[in-house]
Design a protein around this ligand. Structure first.
Ligand SMILES: Cc1cc2nc3c(=O)[nH]c(=O)nc-3n(C[C@H](O)[C@H](O)[C@H](O)COP(=O)(O)OP(=O)(O)OC[C@H]3O[C@@H](n4cnc5c(N)ncnc54)[C@H](O)[C@@H]3O)c2cc1C
Length: 434
């Protein structure tokens, strides 16, 4: 069997593929592998662009381990099996009048895949999805099950929330939710230069602010999503279909295909993208606003940098694209999050800006991504664990102040490297058992 990720850029041939449906069978997979000296790797829905989920050992697919286990309505907490997708989770929460405080822009991923790579959305007062985790159970390298939270095994909990797949098999996750809420969406086109002038105000004044700069143009599409007590004022099915499928997927996909065939036309096509994006103003339930469908396949790199470095880094990125002669059809996505205290979170220690660059499937990405990486690395950038990058453990360790603390917990939970793969070998390095 050959496994392939969503982007089609990573492939592997696992020794065996397991579909456990309870914690006992999850633990048995690890125990059997331990006896045979094999490695084990859990995979979510393969939405990472890196080889983080690849394995030539036993692959654990969690599609039969994807239910809600418990809902604590008083404390607004929900405990789920690791394989539940964010879409399934959102639907369950909505039925109970609850929601996640913040989410990324798709809902296809599993909860365990999302937290393993520090998946995030946007909102300067809010952290990534892993910051919403208040408890976990983890199957460790010898197959035993560890329960952890701020009160129980706190050191394990502290480090394992963003585990990059190297801290064991996450079995269950307890999430702190919030009462369901609506978001007022305002989207419109603006000039990049004036946006960068008042960036701090936009980031501070909106619950969820992000924008997409369209390369080769001075234009950007801004999204300001703010909490509201007003009832839903949806776009209507026809408008939703036009925005989410026709405009953002079918029409944009057609422009990308033309650009792939005739790269010199990309700057002109990008002006069509900027000009064709209609403004939006509507109110909908938060989870429907956060995530939208993605039918176009692409490759992506995303860097987290200190928030204050964002305007200059974006100007430098624009200068690099102009200088390089590269023709880039995909908009550059810019988001913001609060600081957190999770050792391998890309937002550890300070408010961060996230800059994501994309290349349409079938086009070359290396020159672009290496150029962007150089700019972001120079300002203390940390790459998204699930998106393309060229960094290694040696140059990642200095940008994570609690790197050694993470490694100490990793060595305790997985002394024999049961959960290692080529990706963890490259980006986390060997396990140092003291
Ligand atoms: C179209 C698209 C849009 C995206 N949008 C965003 C976004 O808005 N924000 C953002 O931050 N990211 C985004 N991403 C990246 C994505 O959220 C992450 O790559 C995420 O990790 C994918 O989850 P998954 O379930 O597919 O996990 P996979 O990619 O299958 O696995 C990711 C990692 O998690 C590990 N893992 C999975 N389950 C377990 C488990 N039970 N125990 C231990 N380890 C486990 C895997 O071994 C692997 O190391 C996007 C990706 C795509 C393709």
């Amino acid at each position: 069997m050959t496994w392939t990720n969503w982007a089609g850029s990573q492939r592997c041939a696992p020794l065996a593929v397991e579909h456990p449906d309870d914690e006992h069978s999850l633990s048995q997979v690890v125990k059997v592998a331990a006896v045979a000296g094999q490695t084990v790797k859990a995979v979510g829905t393969g939405h990472s662009f890196t080889d983080c989920a690849c394995t030539d050992g036993r692959m654990v697919v969690l599609d039969r381990y994807a239910r809600v286990i418990e809902v604590d309505e008083v404390n607004q907490r929900v405990t789920v099996q690791a394989g539940i997708t964010i879409a399934e989770l959102n639907a369950e929460l909505a039925r109970r009048g609850l929601a996640m405080a913040n989410l990324g822009d798709i809902a296809y991923q599993t909860i365990s895949g999302a937290i393993a790579t520090a998946t995030h959305g946007t909102g300067i007062e809010l952290g990534g999805i892993a910051t919403q985790v208040v408890g976990m159970t983890i199957v460790t390298g010898d197959g035993s099950v560890v329960r952890c939270s701020a009160d129980e095994e706190p050191e394990t909990f502290h480090a394992a929330r963003v585990g990059v797949g190297a801290m064991g098999l996450v079995s269950t996750v307890t999430l702190q939710c919030v009462p369901a809420f609506n978001l007022h969406v305002v989207e419109r086109g603006e000039r990049l230069d004036s946006l960068l002038e008042h960036l701090d105000d936009d980031v501070r004044d909106n619950d969820h602010f992000e924008f997409f700069w369209v390369p080769h143009t001075g234009g950007a599409l801004t999204k300001r999503n703010n909490r509201t007590d007003e009832p839903e004022r949806p776009r209507g099915r026809a408008r939703e279909f036009f925005d989410d499928y026709l405009s953002e997927n079918i029409a944009f996909g057609a422009l990308c295909r033309v650009g792939r065939r005739f790269p010199k036309a990309i700057p002109r096509l990008n002006h069509v993208t900027v000009g064709g994006s209609a403004g939006k103003d509507y109110i909908e339930r938060s989870d429907k606003v956060f995530a939208s469908p993605r039918l176009i396949h692409f490759h992506e790199m995303e860097y987290s940098i200190p928030r204050a470095a964002a305007p200059d880094a974006l100007r430098e990125l624009r200068a690099f694209i102009n200088r390089s002669g590269l023709k880039i059809s995909f908009p550059v996505e810019v988001r913001f999050t609060a600081a957190d205290d999770i050792p391998l979170s890309t937002a550890y220690g300070e408010e961060r800006c996230y800059i994501a660059v994309h290349v349409y499937r079938g086009m070359l990405w290396e020159q672009y991504f290496r150029g962007v990486e150089a700019i972001m690395k120079a300002v203390g950038g940390r790459p998204h664990w699930g998106k393309m990058h060229y960094r290694t453990a040696a140059d990642l360790a200095p940008v994570y102040p609690e790197w050694d603390r993470f490694q100490a917990v990793r060595a305790r939970l997985d002394p024999d490297g049961r959960f290692a793969n080529q990706y963890t070998d490259r980006v986390l390095g060997p396990i140092n058992v003291l």
